[in-house]
Design a binder for this molecule. Structure first.
Ligand code: GDP
Length: 501
């Protein structure tokens, strides 16, 4: 706010006083702002006592795995709009519900598991489309092993098909193609395959190693085949994870349930999650109170590649937040606190960039104005009418800075008028600010910054200003006769001149 005040003050001075009073003060004002920035700790890094000890949480390296074992593949379904992603997810999910021995009701928790051949499990992330895939990746939470690219056999390769191919390639995630809608009479599987080939997907039929399965998501045709293809791909990839040690995972989605409270779906990636574990995700933490699987059943353990809904968060974590287990609630709270400070600091830095930019713009604009005015001989003018002499450049010489406050417009104007006509070739007078009303905190801050004096004419001091003076001693002089004020001002200027002069 202080910075804005000063900027406003500069603006006003430039417009109203036509640069008269602050014209030479730009540099000083820049200093003020820098000083203010420091004083109010605008850019200073928040003090973080535990910084040394905390060293933010990191995932463990696969070489550190204590109990590495195969884990299910995690699959994301991508493809062009209307090509059947949602339909395929529904078909897959339903096949899993039928299998569930509890016959539970499907819960949409952001991911679900399916068993293939009564053996392998596959986990599907059920937010279709690349928005989810991308946002997770951008946040450094890679959680997809395989992309199933859905391409409708009637449409063939479309814009978002190509986007999906590029994204998967960029992320180095293998693709399995599901050529969908083969039940449609106009479906053209061969044409679709050729199109894929043209876009750099080496389909098996054409000697490549990318599996393509022709399916009907709607009719459920060849769904088993697609799952087997995924299983095969997973086998080739030899996916493994650590089943022991601290849990690592990623938040798939978060919801606030009116009955159950703050819930988030976690994809466990490392370790085995148990009830009572303490997790940190982004800037929130939880002690796991209850865990639910994708059928809404309560579970006691969740191993790698298992999606699990967790209850017990203090605040809701965001999708894409990396989640890591910590040993104690104290540690969790410390880390969250530390991260929040970091976040605040980052935000402050961003704000500072905006302010710097604005300042720079101001500065530039001001310099131009200054130059224009110089050309017009403006500095030979005084407040009203022409002035005979140019200001002496006393940037290096003595200068008295004053803030003038008066009871009414007339008195302030009168004082300024006198000062205008007053010339002291040896000491420059700079009215850094003037106005009507009592002496405010801002007046004091300004005077302090410019090492100046506040002259008050027939006016008082605001109570909070008195407080301010305690911390920043500033001379405030009160007068009720104009010439006495002027005399004092002159003598103050005299005090600034070198003794020998
Ligand atoms: P998304 O936008 O990729 O999620 O596509 P949807 O799953 O919403 O499907 C778009 C439309 O295509 C819907 O009307 C589906 O019923 C239809 N559809 C999806 N799969 C098939 C399929 O295998 N055969 C036919 N005939 N229609 C399908």
């Amino acid at each position: 706010n202080y910075i804005l005040d000063i900027m406003e003050f500069v603006d006003n001075s430039v417009d109203y006083r036509k640069g008269h009073h602050v014209i030479d003060n730009w540099k000083v004002i820049e200093e003020v702002i820098k000083k203010a920035g420091k004083r109010f700790k605008i850019i200073n890094k928040p003090e973080i006592k535990e910084e040394e000890e905390i060293k933010d949480l990191t995932r463990r390296d696969p070489s550190e795995y204590q109990d590495p074992r195969p884990r299910p593949a995690v699959v994301t379904i991508m493809g062009h709009v209307d090509h059947g992603k949602t339909t395929l997810l529904d078909t897959l999910r339903n096949s899993s519900v039928v299998e569930s021995e509890f016959g539970g009701i499907t819960q949409h928790i952001g991911a679900f598991s399916v068993t293939v051949n009564n053996r392998d499990r596959i986990t599907f992330l059920d937010t279709p489309g690349h928005a989810a895939f991308c946002s997770m990746r951008n946040r450094g939470a890679q959680c997809t092993d395989i992309v199933v690219l859905v391409v409708a056999a009637d449409d063939g390769v479309m814009e978002q098909t190509i986007e999906s191919i590029n994204m998967a390639k960029q992320a180095n995630v293998p693709i399995i193609v599901a050529i969908n809608k083969i039940d449609k009479p106009i479906a053209d599987i061969d044409r679709t395959k050729k199109m894929l080939l043209q876009h750099g997907l080496q389909i098996e039929d054409y000697g490549g190693d990318i599996q393509a399965v022709a399916i009907s998501a709607l009719k459920g045709t060849n769904i088993e085949m697609l799952m087997e293809a995924i299983s095969l791909q997973a086998e080739i990839m030899d996916l493994k994870s650590d089943y022991s040690g601290p849990v690592e995972g990623v938040v798939i989605e978060s919801t606030s349930d009116p009955y159950r409270g703050k819930l988030s779906t976690l994809l466990v990636q490392c370790g085995t999650l148990n009830k009572g574990a303490i997790l940190v995700a982004g800037t929130s933490w939880c002690r796991v109170r209850v865990m639910f699987n994708d059928n809404g059943e309560t579970i006691q353990k969740a191993s790698p590649s298992t999606p699990v809904q967790v209850l017990g968060w203090k605040e809701l974590p965001s999708a894409g937040d990396v989640t890591i287990q910590v040993p104690s609630e104290k540690k969790a709270a410390e880390i969250v606190d530390w991260r929040k400070k970091q976040e605040l600091y980052e935000k402050m830095k961003e704000d500072q960039v905006v302010i710097d930019k604005k300042m720079e713009e101001h500065n530039e604009q001001y310099r131009k104005q200054l130059e224009e005015k110089r050309k017009l001989g403006y500095f030979k003018l005084r407040r009203k009418g022409p002035r005979e002499k140019e200001y002496i450049d006393t940037d290096t010489g003595p200068k008295l800075c004053v803030v003038i406050k008066g009871d009414v417009d007339g008195s302030v104007e009168a004082i300024l008028d006198v000062l205008e006509t007053y010339e002291n070739p040896k000491c420059k007078l700079d009215v850094v600010h003037y106005g009507v009303g009592p002496v405010t905190k801002n007046d004091v801050i300004l005077a302090k910054t410019f090492n100046g004096i506040v002259y008050a004419f027939n006016t008082g001091i605001l109570p909070d200003t008195k407080e301010e003076i305690k911390s920043q001693p500033v001379v405030i002089k009160n007068f009720n006769v104009i010439y006495k004020l002027i005399d004092d001002l002159k003598s103050e200027m005299g005090k600034l001149l070198p003794m020998l002069d």
